[in-house]
Design a protein around this ligand. Structure first.
Ligand code: SAH
Ligand code: SF4
Length: 347
């Protein structure tokens, strides 16, 4: 069996592991600092830890679970997509987007996705497996190290890569807690966003966590029949049940919820569709993010042209719904929303 990944352990578990190795408690602190503050990639780097302990840790744990299989940059150099090979030979992608004042990372929570949204490259490849919390975190650590070497910092993390975070709830939330840990990465909750297709019981559970982490729900249609066609999860979690749960989230947490809406030419981009969406969301503490659908291999329909995107946005605004239009980033390297498919797998 493969060795466990050290990033899968929380502080307490690491503490008990070290206690079993007859180590004093301060060793856990040293190890934690090496992993999450100094961002070490090899046990040999822990120079404050005795060599025999380093040796037994490296026999027991994997510290370097990801291998960069491929790395692509957009023409402007601002978007970078990395295909990571995992220990079992499967792979996932993550995307770093550089802006003037922020560096935002889009990470994956599953290899493939069981939800099967028709327009999404990840959905089109089917489901392979869920990632562990450590595998989710390792994507972040890779880019943190890279940015650190450039004297830059990661400022935002979005769980919008491959997979459905709320169908891998425990690992996702463990990774979030590890990111927020003040003794470690100390990454601000408000700079983290989890995007879900709308798994109702998990939105309810997330509401109870009462964290400052942002929540985005991928809606794409206000009409129930249309949404069921586009997003099969809607058959189990229909709009009339989903929206009240979203509203309850905003009321309980006092946090604004985001709704993602990919505009598909001639499908969900009419004025009527915008009015229906406005009607659905009226009075809710929310924000709509519009994006023109990105192309994917197995879906032939097109993203809405610019004029329609702007008209849709104007209708929402006129109805008092806060809205923004998301820039398409990295589309030419298949790094845009919904384009991640672990190229090596689908080739
Ligand atoms: N499974 C989660 C998170 C990963 S998908 C979810 O569905 O929310 C991240 C976002 O990309 C979602 O909003 C999803 O609907 C959107 N998306 C998927 N395919 C897309 C495409 N072809 N063009 C634009 N956005 C897409
Ligand atoms: Fe899965 Fe999200 Fe893609 Fe739908 S859009 S198939 S939920 S990754």
């Amino acid at each position: 069996m493969a060795k466990p990944l050290i990033y899968d352990l929380d502080f307490e578990s690491l503490n008990s592991t070290l206690a079993e190795l007859d180590q004093p408690p301060f060793r856990t602190q040293q190890l934690w600092e090496g992993l999450y503050t100094r961002l070490y990639t090899d046990f040999s780097q822990f120079s404050n830890i005795p060599k025999d302990l380093r040796d037994s840790l490296s026999k027991q744990f994997i510290i370097n679970p990801l291998r960069v299989q491929k790395s692509l940059r957009s023409q402007d150099g601002l978007t970078e997509k990395v295909l990571f090979a995992l220990q079992d030979g499967t792979s996932v992608e993550a995307v770093l987007m550089r802006y003037e004042r922020r560096n935002s990372l889009c990470i994956s929570t599953q290899v493939g996705c069981p939800v099967g949204c028709v327009f999404c490259a990840t959905g089109q490849m089917g489901f392979v497996r869920s990632l562990s919390s450590g595998e989710i975190l390792a994507q972040v650590l890779h880019f943190m190290r890279q940015l650190q070497a450039e004297n830059q910092k990661l400022t935002n993390i979005v769980y919008m890569g491959m997979g459905e975070p709320f169908l891998n709830y425990e690992a996702t939330m463990d990774s979030v807690r590890r990111l927020m840990d003040q003794q470690g990465l100390n990454f601000g909750a408000r700079r983290i966003t989890i995007s879900t297709v709308g798994i109702i019981p998990k939105i309810e559970q997330f509401t109870e966590e009462n964290l400052q982490v942002n929540l985005a729900v991928s809606l794409h249609a206000a009409d129930n029949a249309l949404r069921s066609q586009l997003v099969p999860a809607n058959r189990m979690f229909p709009i009339n049940k989903l929206i009240p749960v979203c509203k309850a989230y905003t009321e309980k947490t006092h946090r604004r919820i985001s709704f993602e809406y990919a505009l598909i030419d001639g499908v969900n981009d009419s004025r009527e569709a915008a009015l229906a969406l406005a009607g659905l969301l009226k009075g809710m503490l929310c924000h709509v993010n519009l994006i023109a659908l990105n192309p994917s291999k197995k879906y032939s329909l097109q993203g809405s042209p610019k004029a329609k995107v702007h008209a849709f946005s104007a209708t929402l605004e006129e109805q008092g719904i806060p809205v923004s239009i998301r820039l398409r980033r990295g589309v030419e390297i298949q790094a845009g929303c919904g384009q991640l498919a672990g190229a090596e797998i689908t080739a």
